[in-house]
Design a protein around this ligand. Structure first.
Ligand code: AMP
Length: 281
């Protein structure tokens, strides 16, 4: 098996057109590369919905603030391509910044209210950057279906909503979070962690599971959020951006649990920022 590699939207569009003439359904998996089993699970899932799978690898400068890790973000193009061949993807799209944004980059898509809470409070403009690049990728690829991980649950909700609001002819799917054996959600950023930090990182999902069990047993959600923050700091997290029970649809803060309640968390260990989320049931 081989994989088609393209760097330009013209080549991508040409290949997609050829496949479409053959009656094939096209799936898109947007990524920033440094691929792990979480990304590859999205390829496996979308292959159930499409006969040709495009994976984009683009480290999007518009979703990093100047103090964040854009320059040091891991870039592993050759390894990524080999993994994608094994996963059964058909085309990898590796555009440079000008191919996505053009030379001017003046227009922008706003994520709207779903981009404001949780990560939006700590990463101003992040979800506008995500919304702009994903809209662009959807226009350039014109897939029938695109998939995003629940690992970035807020991002998934932003994209589901923008696809509907902008009448984009694409079906948006969500894929479950893939975890390491000790529960840590897989992330390209986990590579930044030292062995000691890696042990601390594993306490995030375990702490969240404990809080969820207590929430389901009827404890007050506000108290649990405070306990959870304290527990993470005690375990070695340097900062907790948020640990909140929110409604999965509009991401509003949950006062009481319901079928839609999810627990969301983000924290820092050294220079590494980790996020996670889980349903209550
Ligand atoms: P990224 O390369 O981090 O931008 O992620 C690309 C896509 O993979 C996004 O839709 C992520 O939500 C998804 N993803 C990242 N990590 C995981 C994971 N551990 N499990 C499932 N999907 C993931």
């Amino acid at each position: 098996m081989t994989i088609i590699k393209t760097n330009t939207k013209a080549d991508l569009g040409g290949q997609v057109k050829t496949w479409r003439k053959q009656g094939l359904k096209i799936g898109l998996v947007p990524t920033m590369g440094a691929l792990h089993a979480g990304h590859l699970s999205l390829v496996t899932e979308i292959l159930k919905h499409a006969q040709r799978v495009v994976v984009s690898i683009f480290v999007n400068p518009a979703q990093f603030s100047p103090a964040e890790d854009f320059d040091s973000y891991p870039r592993e193009e050759d390894k990524d391509c080999a993994k994608l061949v094994r996963a059964g993807a058909h085309l990898v799209y590796l555009p440079d910044v000008s191919e996505i944004f053009g030379d001017q980059a003046e227009a922008e898509i706003q994520a709207g209210p779903l981009g404001d809470p949780l990560c939006g409070r700590f990463r101003p403009g992040h979800f506008d950057g995500v919304a702009t690049v994903v809209t662009n990728l959807l226009h350039q690829c014109q897939p029938d279906v695109a998939i995003f991980g629940e690992k970035d649950f807020q991002q998934l909700r932003v994209i589901e909503t923008l696809a509907v609001d902008l009448s984009t002819p694409v079906e948006i799917l969500g894929g479950p979070i893939i975890r390491e054996d000790d529960g840590l959600a897989m992330s390209s950023r986990n590579a930044y962690l030292s062995a000691d930090q890696r042990v601390i990182a594993a306490t995030l999902s375990k702490t969240m599971q404990g809080l969820i069990a207590r929430a389901n047993a009827g404890e007050d959600l506000g108290n649990l959020e405070n306990d959870g923050r304290d527990a993470l700091l005690l375990a070695g997290f340097d900062a907790v951006d948020y640990l909140e029970f929110c409604q999965a649809d509009d991401l509003s803060h949950s006062q009481k649990i319901s079928a839609k309640t999810r627990l969301f968390a983000a924290g820092h260990i050294g220079k590494t920022r980790l996020i996670d989320n889980m349903p209550l049931n």
